[in-house]
Design a protein around this ligand. Sequence first.
Ligand code: HDD
Length: 728
Amino acid sequence: MTPQNKAAAGRRSKATDGSNAKQQQLDGFATDHAPNLTTNQGLQIPDNHNSLKAGVRGPTLLEDFILREKITHFDHERIPERAVHARGSAAHGYFQVYKSMSQFTCADFLQDPDAKTPVFVRFSTVAGSRGSADTVRDVRGFAVKFYTREGNYDLVGNNIPVFFIQDAMKFPDLIHAVKPEPHHEMPQAASAHDTFWDFVSLMPESTHMLMWAMSDRAVPRSLRMMEGFGVHTFRFVNIRGESHFVKFHWKPKLGIHGLAWDEAQKVAGKDPDFHRRDLWEAIDQGDFPEWELGVQLVPPDKASSLGFDLLDPTKLIPEEMVPVQRIGRLVLNRNPENFFAETEQVAFHPGHVVPGIDFSNDPLLQGRLFSYTDTQISRLGGANFHELPINKSVCPFHNFQRDGMHRQAIARGQVAYEPNSLGDGKEFRVDGGSAGFQSHPDELESPKVRRRSPSFDDHFTQARLFFNSQSAAEKEHIIAAFRFELSKVDVPAIRQRMVDNLAHVDEKLARRVAEPLGIGAPDAKAAAGRAGYREHRMTLPIEESPALSMADTGDGSIRTRRIAILAADGIDSASLKPIRDALEQAGGKCKVVGARLGTIASASKRQIDVDMTFANGPSVVFDAVLIPGGAQGVAALAGMGDAVHFVLEAYKHCKAICTVGDGVQLLSTLGISANAQQGDAPAGVIVAATPVTNLGDTSEATQIAQAFIAAIARHRHWDRVNIDAIPA
Ligand code: HDD
């Protein structure tokens, strides 16, 4: 057990709110380091360095069962990775409802505000392999397993509220198109290639999701700073059997923030585990990530008046039409003990529901209800994966399913069938009772057809709503992303087909995307003439939905933001200290970055510890930069290519920068005009021109620190001008 998890276990064991139920169960399976080694049969191993040989220089003996057991086990350590969502990171925590939702659902875990339901949450990318980089452009999985007292409930969602396709029949095609191309297995973890764009350009229903996938949502700054969505419409059902349609949302406390695309690509090389590390460190340091669970509730008789079909997973319900009610909070407060046992072996399934939550007829969801158990059987080696510790429900389970690979439970007695009278001496029959999970009695009387509902036809109106709702900078990022992706497509006809489709979203968008692609102007008519195209039919009461933008989200804090303090011999430590203290008090994580590890000497000969080097702590893994004063130190930094590159790159990626005293000279040396007195400091650049000595004065330093904190809290200053001129 890690020291942090030990401490958490101490706190948990006293909990009376139910939050420790899963942990107590898992503890029963845990094993710890022991002072000796044994075989799997319990036999003590005397020597773990040498195999059994015929003479010290002779051949190894087949008899060496200790060697054979060790190597055999090693040979079988790998299991198939997930077909999609292979790369993931997870954490434990709890969910707590704010007030009883009994009016809408009888789900037990949504009744008692004093109860905490244990959860295990796994975040993932979709396309890449298990070892791929975290910051690739992709949808993120957001899968939550609630270990409720009525059984496991899995909300298996994404960080984007809509999907590429409307029917599960197309899922294998979609995934085959986005995965590395089958002939040469390239590219890894990227949608920027011919087969993906070939497929989606022929499937106009993917257009809405493409807008999201090309936005900054697909390059999150942190898994802790993204929304989650159940995507499909589900049902809440109350104790009286009354049902409401429901859409689920996860709203992150820290806001929704993205990386710059150039930055994301660089992070993929500099720290491929960027998101995994960020999640782990935040939990390890007690900065527990938090989300609120939101629901949009639609009474069945209102569903037909929304203007779109609730069963169509390429549509969302704008929050301005049906507000999101925040009904509870999710807190992640404990890292897994063992990646394989927990994060890799966890098996989610949208069909794991509890009484009070039911499905809709969304044809994508209906297909998922088959796929997930099926995939676990090959991934986890048989039908008993529910017995793996991480998947086991905390409430008892009992049925007459028997045997199979890796069965753990020992079912006692003569009886393995129902009805029976031999079990405990009286007749036992489970036949039509009113307890337990009851499917909502949806009335169905319809012909068997293999067709798409015409109510799913409009593929562009909500894509346009999304685009219209973005800030100017967000729109530019979407255009740049389409350009980047399509520029990687070899076949011009595919690029053309895609921009023709985009002309139905927004003509200017399509034109801007097409400009650098060496193709003709977007042709909306050509798109309309192709198979798969449908007339736009939807009328929405709104043209913009501010809730769809990531701009200005979050609680205004800088909790867990990473701030680099550039350092070289001769910097001024007196002016640095009060600003650093204020940043850390506000929850920022400061690291001193220099040319080498060890210490540097400040102008006043104070020793300052260097935490990271320019090589192992590049600007792309930080959110902000503080350049201290001190003429000699600043001159030294200006003479180091790595330091110069660091600042230019941070500036290009629109990060908050604060310079103190002489520090401003580093900016001007780089050609960044930042004279605060003339009011020409660029957005997000805080220039403390005050004579350095005065900064020892706390009030002065506090003001500067507060301005810097406000700039960091805005996350990025995307509207910064002239960044294209910077060769970072
Ligand atoms: Fe899926 C995994 C989310 C459509 C078939 N899916 C998987 C995971 C997430 C999602 C988050 C990873 C779970 C984990 O961390 O282990 N999937 C979605 C969402 C969808 C969606 C939000 C649309 C709204 N998926 C979808 C369809 C199918 C699948 C239509 C098949 C018909 N998904 C799978 C799968 C996976 C999976 C092949 C791979 C590994 C696994 O299930 O456990 O069965």
